[in-house]
Design a protein around this ligand. Sequence first.
Ligand SMILES: [Zn+2]
Length: 138
Amino acid sequence: MTRHPPSALAAIARAYGVTLEEVTVANEPAWKGCCPFHAEKTPSFYVYVTDTFLCLGCGASGDGVEFVRRIEEAKTAWLAACAAHFAEHYSMNRARAAQAAASAWGACLQHHGDQASALTSCLPADAADECMKFGGAA
Ligand SMILES: [Zn+2]
């Protein structure tokens, strides 16, 4: 198989934990993997030589800046949902819930290995029961 020059966006996506394999789309090299923006078992997330991405599953698309914005936004949303869960189910105040959410995120990252897997395989509400136990943070 011919090696193609690496795509900057593919390298960024990999740094966030997206596993990509090289494929050919319309006679151009491309990279395919499981989408970091929705849970899926069959890869439908593509990175193209133009350094743009498109998910055929959830429709997420954009360039490298958009990729980083979206994945950081997903993390922020995860933390907020997790904090809300703690506040509601463990009667924590906002500051304590935010702190617990941050430590659940740390445990979740450790448990799942990378940000893309953590975001797509661990629901914020599960963090208390699964990842926090795993990370000993509960
Ligand atoms: Zn997707």
